[in-house]
Design a protein around this ligand. Structure first.
Ligand SMILES: [Zn+2]
Length: 96
C-alpha cells in the first residue's frame, strides 16, 4: 500500500491504522511467551494479528484525537483482545 491509498478526500487514515498495528505487534511480542502451545509459525502469527485487529472496537478507531499510550482502559482492552486471539489460535491452529 502507498501512503496515498490511505487518503480519502484529503484525510489520511494511515496514522490511525498504524497506531493499532504497532500496539498489537508490541503486545503480541509481549504475550507470546505466556502461550507455550502457540507454535509461532507464519500462519498462526498472521492469524493472531488479523484476529486482534478485527476485534478492536470501532469506537477506538473513530476518535483520532485519543491518546492511546496514556489511556489504561483502552490499552488493557487491547491486551485482552491480543491474549484472546493468542488463546484462540493456539487452541484451533489453521496451519497444516
Ligand atoms: Zn501454526
Amino acid at each position: 500500500m502507498n501512503k496515498e491509498d490511505y487518503v480519502i478526500n484529503g484525510v489520511s487514515l494511515e496514522n490511525i491504522r498504524n497506531r493499532f498495528e504497532v500496539i498489537v505487534i508490541r503486545l503480541m511480542k509481549q504475550f507470546i511467551p505466556e502461550f507455550p502451545d502457540f507454535d509461532k509459525c507464519e500462519v498462526c502469527i498472521e492469524d493472531v494479528y488479523a484476529l486482534s485487529l478485527s476485534r478492536i472496537p470501532s469506537v477506538y478507531m473513530k476518535d483520532s484525537t485519543m491518546v492511546f499510550e496514556d489511556d489504561e482502559m483502552i490499552n488493557e482492552n487491547i491486551e485482552e483482545i491480543v491474549k484472546y486471539a493468542l488463546f484462540q489460535v493456539s487452541s484451533n491452529p489453521k496451519h497444516k
